[in-house]
Structures are given as structure tokens and as C-alpha cells.
Design a protein around this ligand. Structure first.
Ligand SMILES: NC(=O)C1=CN([C@@H]2O[C@H](COP(=O)(O)OP(=O)(O)OC[C@H]3O[C@@H](n4cnc5c(N)ncnc54)[C@H](OP(=O)(O)O)[C@@H]3O)[C@@H](O)[C@H]2O)C=CC1
Ligand SMILES: O=C1O[C@H](COP(=O)(O)O)[C@@H](O)[C@H](O)[C@H]1O
Length: 492
């Protein structure tokens, strides 16, 4: 059991406290940290939104959310009530004057606390909220601001948000969340690469044939169709989560774990990412949109139906890309990435495929061409697997077969795996920004995404339809098979 070190006492202000993210992720994450006694008893969690409700009603709603989104085995009535007692609510209009003095009065009771402001609202409000925080004198040395993704929808809007937030907060107090960086296996990637000598020596184009990153989801757009249709899979998943995974896989060793050392190295990868222009958009990208089908044996509607009364949409719900990191280490090593909604399984992984041995002394029929593969599973079952060739037991000939050195983190460490938000919310209080994105990273990632979005916008054809419950359009299979490779797919 890991030792849990309590953080300093805080007043966590959550803007967007009545919204979906707060109910589904933030409150459950804070409850879990409280249950583990990481949150000091003197701390407060202050919800702020437009809806006019009292603290009592907010607590009742929070109770409902916790009962819905925390596993029943983790609900302990005494701890739950104890947690609810730490919640407060203030009605605040981000765009007007209402409620700001009330918020100030509450915060002024405890001026020395660590004071994170979590902006779980539409990004359009980030600038206005920050201006008001400044106007009401709520920003000091102990404050931090947490920005939910998406930071904009392109480079221009991202810069505008970063400028507005940066006008009142120094960069060291800005925490841009990418919750994938809070996932245990993603952090384990750092441990795997930089705390072991065996892998780093093999981590280059001499030994690695290619890398695959898959982030598959079974859900459709759920209640977020309004947002999603203006976004699409490239903006929603690739520009942030997938590029961050790629950065951690491809970056050089940072000189330390401090925030800027890690972020400097990630930035170099983003800068080395080859832009995808009109010239190669057709050969290295596939866009898809789910049609009706079945997921987990249940029939589900297509994307257009999920949108409701809406003109025909060209928004992609699936993307597959062949990416190049233009550096000495990765020259000639493709990174195939794919993500989509309504795929057969919720399954995310990074696969590092090593090259075939240059010469085989074994009979050819007993030998796969590319026997060694490292599979890093992000979800649902976090773990790692190294595929190695071994001899088939028995007195017969010399037959080989792939065998797995398999580690399931849950089984190995016999403890609950915390949700990504639990770690990240506490890192904000500690002031540790290593797992958060710096302004330049976000903007370089948007510049790359903008080039691809423009190349797509100039094409006449809409995204290719794929049946819900499949692994995307067949063109995504062709994308990798043209290169003589296949997507790594395991049976559940
Ligand atoms: N939901 C999710 O799974 C994820 C969400 N995100 C991001 O998190 C952010 C929030 O998303 P989500 O919770 O889904 O959104 P919701 O639409 O569910 O919630 C929006 C929140 O913003 C508040 N709000 C709106 N206008 C104002 C205003 N003028 N002043 C004060 N508060 C206001 C609303 O309060 P009220 O209802 O009281 O008006 C509500 O609490 C978005 O940026 C989203 O992209 C990121 C990853 C996942
Ligand atoms: O940021 C987002 O992530 C979720 C997927 O997160 P996961 O932790 O469940 O893998 C995705 O559904 C959502 O569209 C996107 O905005």
C-alpha cells in the first residue's frame, strides 16, 4: 500500500460546479482523496456556477453524483458525509458581477490557503473568469488556475485564451489539464523508459520498426453532441491526449523530473512532428464517422441520428494517421495512431514493435518475422506485456512460439488504481506542474493540427462511414497494411 502524504490545506474553487465534468470526475476524485485522508480537515471545496442553489442543495446533488460515479465498494457513509461537509456553493456569473463579492467574502476568511481555481466551464469563459478573479483581488502567490481542455479550437483561439489567462496569472501558476497524463500507465511509461537500462538502449530507429497508439472508445457523443460536432476526433483526442502519449514515447530523457525539463523534451517532439499537408493527406490520414451498428451486442444509432435534428455533419468521429517524428532517433519509424467513438471496445494502448532479427538460425516456419513487441496497456486493465520468442516445450524439433512477460499492475500491486483526476487535482495543490501542459506545447500542437484540419477542409469527400462496433473504416486497415504491417488487436 502506497504511503499517502496529505497536501497543504486548500480552498479549491470549482467553476462549472453544476456541470457534467464536476459531477462525473472532479467530485468523485476529490472524494477518493478525502477517503484516503490526503485532504486536510480544514480544506474547503467551493462550487461556483450560475444556477441559484444553496450549499445544502449542492451537497445533496454532490451526494447523488458520488453515489452514481464512485464504485459502491468505495462508499463509506461516514467518510461520505464528512466529505460533503467540506463542500460550499456560491452562485457566480462568470460574465457579470453577480456573486463575485460573495465568493471574495468566503475566500477572504482564509487568505493563506492554497487556492486553486478549477475552470470546468466552456473555454469561452476562461478569459472573463480570470479577469474577474483579478478585479476582485482573488489572485496571489498561493493561487493557481486549472484549465480544462479544449484550450481553444485552433491556434488562434488557443492563443487568445492563453493571452487572457496569462494577463493575470504567471505561467508558473497555470495548470493546463490533459487527464491522460494523470493515468498511472502513462506515468509508468516514464518509469519504464528512464528507470530501466534495458529499454532506453533499444529505443530508437535501429531496433524499433514502428509504434502504434490506439485509443478506442465504445461510447458515442452522449450528451455532448453540441460541443463534439464543432470539434471532432482530431481536436477532441489527437491534438491533446494522443500527441501527449506520442511525446512521452518519443522524447529524449529529460535532465530531471521537474516540470520544465519534461516539457522542454515534449516540446521538441511536437516541433519534430512532420506537418500533414494537402500533398499527403490522402496517403497518411483516414477520417471516419460512425453509422448505425452494434456495440457490446446492443444496437446503437449512427452519429447523424445521435445529433438529432441537424443538417448532415462532416465531423469525424474516427481518425487514423501515419505520423513521422523527424529526428535522428526516429528517422524512418512510423507512428500509427487511431482513435474513435463507437469502436468495439474501450481499449487504449501503446505498442512498440521491434524489428525482425537480421538473420535466423531457426527453421523459417517456426519464426515470426517481427517477434518482439512491447504492449503498454493504458485501459481498461493497466499493465505491460513484452512478447518474446521461446522454444515450444517437448522433445520434438526446435519450434518457437511467442510468449508474454505480462504484468498487470492491479494484480501486481494489489491496490485500487486511482483515477487520473485524483493525482492531477492533488498535484495542483502541491504546485507540481510536471504532468500539465505548458503554453508553448499546446500552441505547437495546435499549429500542427491546424495544418491537417486545413488539408481536410480542402478535400471534397466527407469522412468515411463505419459501422458502430467496428474498428473504423476499412481504409484505416489499408493505411497500415500498405506498409506491410497490421494493427495490433487482441481478443478481449
Ligand atoms: N464532461 C466531460 O466529460 C469533459 C468535459 N471537458 C471540458 O470541461 C468543461 C466543462 O464541461 P462539462 O462539465 O461537460 O460542461 P457542462 O455544460 O455540463 O457544464 C458547464 C458548466 O459551466 C457553468 N456555466 C456556464 N455559463 C456560466 C456563467 N456565465 N457563469 C458561471 N458558470 C457558468 C454551468 O453552470 P450553470 O449550469 O449553473 O449555468 C455548468 O456548471 C468543458 O470545457 C469541456 O470541454 C473535458 C473533458 C471531458
Ligand atoms: O477528453 C476526452 O476524453 C474522453 C476519454 O477519456 P477516457 O479517460 O475515458 O479515455 C473522451 O470520451 C472525450 O470525448 C474527450 O473530450
Amino acid at each position: 500500500m502506497a504511503t499517502i502524504i496529505p497536501v497543504s490545506s486548500f480552498d479549491y474553487v470549482v467553476f462549472g460546479a453544476t456541470g457534467d465534468l464536476t459531477q462525473r470526475k472532479l467530485l468523485p476524485a476529490l472524494y477518493q482523496r478525502f477517503r484516503d485522508a490526503q485532504i486536510p480537515e480544514t480544506s474547503r471545496i467551493i462550487g461556483a456556477s450560475r444556477t441559484e442553489i444553496t450549499t445544502e442543495v449542492f451537497r445533496e446533488r454532490a451526494r447523488d453524483a458520488l453515489l452514481s460515479f464512485v464504485p459502491a465498494s468505495d462508499i463509506d457513509e461516514t467518510r461520505l458525509q464528512g466529505f460533503l461537509d467540506h463542500l460550499f456553493y456560491v452562485t457566480v456569473d462568470a460574465l457579470g458581477d453577480d456573486g463575485w463579492s460573495d465568493l471574495k467574502r468566503l475566500l477572504d476568511e482564509r487568505p493563506d490557503r492554497i487556492r486553486p481555481f478549477y475552470l470546468a466551464t466552456s473555454p469561452d469563459l476562461y478569459g472573463a473568469i480570470c479577469r474577474n478573479l483579478d478585479r476582485y483581488g482573488l489572485i496571489g502567490e498561493n493561487t493557481r488556475v486549472v484549465l480544462e481542455k479544449p484550450i481553444g479550437k485552433d491556434l488562434k483561439s488557443a492563443r487568445a485564451i492563453n493571452d487572457a489567462v496569462g494577463a493575470v496569472f504567471p505561467e508558473s501558476q497555470i495548470f493546463r489539464i490533459d487527464h491522460y497524463l494523470g493515468k498511472e500507465t502513462v506515468q509508468n511509461l516514464l518509469a519504464l523508459r528512464f528507470a530501466n537500462t534495458i529499454f532506453e538502449r533499444l529505443w530508437n530507429a535501429d531496433v524499433i520498426d514502428h509504434v502504434q497508439i490506439t485509443v478506442g472508445e465504445t461510447v458515442g457523443v452522449e450528451g455532448r453532441a453540441g460541443y463534439y460536432d464543432t470539434s471532432g476526433a482530431l481536436r477532441d483526442m489527437v491534438q491533446n491526449h494522443i500527441l501527449q502519449l506520442l511525446c512521452l514515447t518519443a522524447m529524449e530523457s529529460p535532465i530531471s523530473l521537474d516540470a520544465d525539463s519534461v516539457r522542454d523534451e515534449k516540446l521538441k517532439v511536437l516541433r519534430a512532428l512532420k506537418p500533414i499537408t494537402a500533398a499527403d493527406v490522402q496517403s497518411v490520414t483516414v477520417r471516419g464517422q460512425y453509422a448505425a451498428g452494434a456495440v457490446g451486442g446492443q444496437p446503437v444509432a449512427g452519429y447523424q441520428t445521435d445529433l438529432g435534428d441537424h443538417p448532415p455533419s462532416r465531423t469525424e468521429t474516427f481518425v487514423a494517421l501515419k505520423l513521422e517524428v523527424q529526428s535522428w532517433r526516429w528517422a524512418g519509424v512510423p507512428f500509427y495512431v487511431r482513435t474513435g467513438k463507437r469502436l468495439p471496445r474501450k481499449h487504449s494502448e501503446i505498442v512498440v514493435q521491434f524489428r525482425a532479427s537480421p538473420f535466423s538460425i531457426f527453421p523459417s516456419e517456426s519464426f515470426g518475422r517481427e517477434p518482439n513487441r512491447l504492449v503498454i496497456r493504458l485501459q481498461p486493465e493497466e499493465g505491460m506485456k513484452l512478447e518474446v520468442m521461446t522454444k515450444d516445450p517437448g522433445p520434438g524439433g526446435m519450434r518457437l512460439r511467442p510468449t508474454n512477460l505480462d504484468i498487470s499492475f492491479e494484480e501486481t500491486f494489489k491496490q485500487r488504481y486511482p483515477d487520473a483526476y485524483e493525482r492531477l487535482l492533488m498535484d495542483v495543490v502541491r504546485g507540481n506542474a510536471t504532468l500539465f501542459m505548458r503554453r508553448d506545447e499546446v500552441e505547437v500542437a495546435w499549429a500542427w493540427a491546424d495544418t491537417l484540419l486545413k488539408a481536410w477542409a480542402d478535400r471534397p469527400e466527407p469522412p468515411r462511414p463505419y459501422a458502430a462496433g467496428s474498428w473504423g473504416p476499412t481504409a484505416a486497415i489499408a493505411l497500415i497494411e500498405r506498409d506491410g504491417r497490421t494493427w495490433h488487436e487482441e481478443l478481449p
